[in-house]
Design a protein around this ligand. Structure first.
Ligand code: ZN
Length: 155
């Protein structure tokens, strides 16, 4: 069953640029930063009381996030529900006629199992199911960030 909103995925052109807003303007502490080769994305997590913001930066032009950015520009990319049974949730959606992006659970950030439903079947919201996970910790090393002056010029 679905337990809670796990995270909200937000597509950005550059983590280095976006983190200034999340860390300096909003004052959030950054958790895990990770590269997910299968999706060609680099992600950074911010914890807000157990619900996370997941920033997604494409690593290549072939990344699904690069295609999303080209079509829509930066912004909300997906909504992720935590489930104690990702495979079962996916099977339930398939049985009801919902279009799937992943026919079975695959590995996502933090080693959790994830699966995606197609936005064409979910009233426009790319929907992720993910297993319980910990997005804390520092993950992959330090990230560059904008200076205040660079941010002010940018926005
Ligand atoms: Zn996600």
């Amino acid at each position: 069953m679905l337990q809670k909103i796990d995270h909200i995925g937000i597509a950005v052109d550059s983590l280095a640029e976006a983190r200034f807003y999340y860390e300096e303007v909003l004052g959030l502490a950054r958790g895990r930063v990770e590269e997910i080769a299968a999706w060609q994305v680099r992600v950074a997590f911010y914890d807000l009381g157990g619900v996370h913001i997941e920033l997604l930066e494409p690593m290549t032009e072939d990344s699904p996030v690069a295609k999303f950015l080209k079509k829509n520009g930066p912004g909300v990319h997906h909504l992720a529900f935590r489930s104690d049974d990702v495979a079962g949730q996916l099977a339930r959606a398939a049985a009801k006629g919902c279009r799937l992006i992943t026919s079975e659970p695959v590995s996502g950030a933090g080693g959790k199992k994830i699966a995606f439903l197609h936005p064409g079947s979910t009233f426009g919201v790319l929907t992720e199911f993910c297993s319980s996970s910990d997005h804390g910790g520092k993950g992959a090393g330090p990230l560059p960030s904008l200076t205040e002056e660079q941010y002010e010029k940018k926005v």
